[in-house]
Design a protein around this ligand. Structure first.
Ligand code: ZN
Length: 127
């Protein structure tokens, strides 16, 4: 099990063109999967450089899926980032926005999986 925080800005700063190629280019066959337009999109993404404007990326790809993080629980786009649980290839990934993460912690306290005292210690809340 692996847990990490992914921020929206890190998604955009990651070289999107390379992520695109990893997803759609078959290096063994040296062909693009899912249609020839994937190669053209790759070329356009490369032209944006290493720190591309998210709106330009969205215009090229045609949607926001490569520049935003969608919460698995509430299905809203996280504006700053989210926690990814199980992001390795051996697990199903769950992505939680801040509100849903707090809701999960609240449920954990309610059902006795986690004490409120432990939460206060972790977050150093004033008593
Ligand atoms: Zn959520």
């Amino acid at each position: 099990m692996s847990i990490r925080v992914t921020t929206v800005s890190s998604l955009v700063r990651t070289i999107i063109a390379e992520r695109w190629k990893q997803s759609y280019y078959n290096r063994a066959k040296k062909t693009w999967n899912f249609g020839a337009d994937k190669a053209g999109i790759y070329t356009e993404l490369c032209a944006l450089g290493a720190d591309p404007d998210p709106e330009k990326v969205e215009a090229i790809i045609g949607n926001r899926s490569w520049t935003t993080i969608c919460c698995s629980s509430c299905s809203l786009y996280a504006t700053t980032g989210a926690v990814e649980v199980g992001y390795d290839s051996d697990s199903a990934t769950v992505i939680l926005c801040g509100n849903c993460l707090l809701h999960a912690l609240n449920l954990a306290c309610y059902y006795g999986l986690l004490s409120t005292e432990r939460l206060q210690e972790m977050f150093n809340f004033p008593r």
